[in-house]
Design a protein around this ligand. Structure first.
Ligand SMILES: [Zn+2]
Length: 252
C-alpha cells in the first residue's frame, strides 16, 4: 500500500495582539500564530511540529508578517478593539512606530510634503507585502465557486439530459451528451484559467486600492512597481492589471 507522508507547515493561533500594519497604514489587530513543521500522514499533521517561527495576520487586510511573541506583554485569546488590544498587548506601539506614524500622518494630510524616496517606498511596500500573499496562494491549486459551479453544472446537466434524451429521442442522445460535455469542459477550462485573475480582483485589488488611495499613484508609478515584481519572479507583477487597480481606486 502506498502511504502519503512527509512534512507540512502547521499554523496554530496563539491569540490576538495590536501592531502596526504597513498595508492599512496604522495600528491594527493581528492574529498571532505559531508556525511549526510537523510530520503528516495523508496530510493529517501529527502534532504542532518543531517551531519554525511566528507570524501575525492583519485582521483587516489579511497581510501576514513575521512576528516575535516577545514583543507583546500579553497575548489574549479574545479579539477586542484595536485601542484596548494595544493597551493590553503592546503599550509602547505608538512610541516604537512614532516615526512611521508621523510619515503616515503626512500621507493622509500632506502627501505633497513627502520626499520622492518616501513616496516611492510607500507605494512599493503594500505591493511587496501582498506579493507574498499572492505567491503563497498560487503555489497550490485553488478553485473558486465559478469553477466548482461549472464542473458540477456539467455533471448535473449530463445526468439530467442522458435519461431525458434517451426517452424522447434516443438517436440524438449521444450527440446531445457529447455537446454538453464539450461545452461544459470548455467553460470549466476557461474558468480555471481565469481563476487567478478573479482572486486578484476580489481579494488583492480592494486592499491595494485602500492602501494606495491617499498617495494617488500614477499609471507609470504602478507599472514600474509591477515590472520590478515581474523581474524578481513575483506572480503579482504578472497577474495584476494597473488599469484595474486605478479604476477601483478612482471609484472609491
Ligand atoms: Zn492590514
Amino acid at each position: 500500500m502506498f502511504i502519503v507522508w512527509g512534512k507540512k507547515a502547521v499554523t496554530r493561533r496563539m491569540g490576538y495582539v495590536a501592531d502596526f500594519c504597513p498595508v492599512c497604514r496604522g495600528p491594527k489587530a493581528f492574529q498571532l500564530n505559531r508556525v511549526g513543521m510537523a510530520s503528516h500522514v495523508y496530510y493529517i499533521p501529527m502534532g504542532e511540529g518543531a517551531l519554525i517561527g511566528h507570524d501575525r495576520a492583519c485582521n483587516d487586510c489579511g497581510v501576514k508578517l513575521k512576528a516575535d511573541p516577545r514583543t507583546y506583554t500579553s497575548i489574549p485569546k479574545k479579539l477586542s478593539d484595536v485601542d484596548s488590544l494595544r493597551r493590553q498587548t503592546y503599550p509602547q506601539l505608538l512610541e516604537v512606530y512614532a516615526e512611521r506614524l508621523r510619515i503616515e500622518d503626512k500621507v493622509r494630510n500632506a502627501p505633497n510634503e513627502l520626499t520622492a524616496e518616501e513616496r516611492a517606498a510607500l507605494i512599493k511596500q503594500p505591493f511587496a507585502l501582498l506579493a507574498h500573499v499572492v505567491q503563497r496562494r498560487f503555489s497550490a491549486t485553488h478553485l473558486d465557486k465559478e469553477c466548482l459551479f461549472a464542473m458540477t453544472g456539467t455533471a448535473v446537466a449530463m445526468l439530467i439530459a442522458g435519461p431525458v434524451t434517451t426517452a424522447v429521442a434516443p438517436e440524438y442522445a449521444p450527440s446531445v451528451l457529447m455537446t454538453l460535455l464539450a461545452a461544459g469542459s470548455i467553460a470549466t477550462i476557461w474558468l480555471i484559467a481565469t481563476c487567478g485573475r478573479r482572486y486578484i480582483k476580489r481579494k488583492i485589488i480592494p486592499v491595494l486600492s485602500e492602501s494606495l488611495r491617499p498617495l494617488q499613484p500614477t499609471l507609470s508609478e504602478i507599472n514600474s512597481v509591477l515590472a520590478e515584481l515581474r523581474r524578481v519572479g513575483q506572480k503579482l507583477g504578472k497577474k495584476l492589471s494597473a488599469e484595474d487597480l486605478l479604476r477601483t481606486m478612482r471609484a472609491m
